[in-house]
Ligand binder design. Structure first.
Ligand code: 6PG
Length: 237
């Protein structure tokens, strides 16, 4: 199956690339242009990225693009509640693969807080996000095969609240079904306010998950909440 066979909602754009390297280059070019435009028009740009394994080559590509990175804030759609030195840390992943080369000048606004509990850490992360330029200029989401995105996981008691269009918090604690289970996630209103919204997925399995999600309820497959304009989906085999 190809992404062109999916019945996508009006305004959702699909980009299909031959392989993950080409997908990374295409995303890096487009997102670098959007960040440069944001800096030019309002003096600062905000980029929110997701963790996982898929984004690594995209981070590596984007890090080389020439723009005024000193005016770019980078934050995370979600975080595992582990220190940045932990191999599972999304902040550690971004620091290693994105904050290098030209992009080393960017400001990273991490979510991890050592707090006494996950709930306390989420409150501190919520306060930290006050400094993030909004609306976010560029958002890059990933997706799991259960339809989760960021750390908005199906079946979580806090999911409905986090998906509310008027959710008052920017960041909430969340439990993932896989280790590390303790997570911090940006909530729907903050994520969905982004001027440019991208979903990067790879493989036939993720395409099938996406097809299923199009007919699902966001409480069953949270990615569904983001499948509308102005989303751009980047897919490669
Ligand atoms: O912390 C995380 O793991 C991510 O934010 C998560 O939402 C990720 O985007 C998906 O799980 C897809 O991960 P892969 O790209 O590794 O398949």
């Amino acid at each position: 199956m190809a992404i062109s066979e999916l019945d996508l909602p009006i305004g959702v754009i699909a980009h299909s690339s031959a392989d993950s390297q080409r997908q990374a280059e295409l995303m890096a070019d487009s997102i670098a242009d959007a960040l440069a435009y944001a800096v030019q028009t309002h003096g600062v740009a905000s980029l929110v990225v997701s963790g996982g394994r898929s984004p690594i080559i995209f981070f590596e590509q984007l890090s080389t693009r020439d723009l005024n990175w000193s005016r770019v804030q980078i934050s995370l759609a979600d975080e595992r509640w582990v220190p940045a030195t932990d191999p599972a840390s999304n902040e550690g992943l971004v620091r290693h693969h994105l904050l290098q080369n030209a992009a080393s000048e960017a400001q990273l606004i991490g979510l991890y807080q050592p707090g006494g509990s996950l709930a306390q850490a989420a409150v501190l992360a919520d306060q930290t996000l006050e400094q993030l330029q909004r609306p976010i200029d560029v958002l890059v989401l990933g997706m799991g095969n259960d339809g989760h995105t960021a750390s908005l996981f199906p079946g979580n008691p806090a999911l409905a609240h986090a998906l509310r269009s008027d959710c008052p918090e920017r960041c909430l604690p969340m439990q993932a079904p896989v280790e590390p289970q303790a997570r911090l996630t940006m909530t729907y209103p903050l994520l969905a306010c982004a001027r440019m919204q991208c979903l990067a997925i790879q493989g036939a399995d993720k395409l099938e998950t996406l097809r299923t999600a199009l007919a699902a309820d966001p409480l069953q497959m949270p990615i569904r909440a983001f499948l509308h304009s102005p989303l751009e989906i980047y897919w490669c085999p």
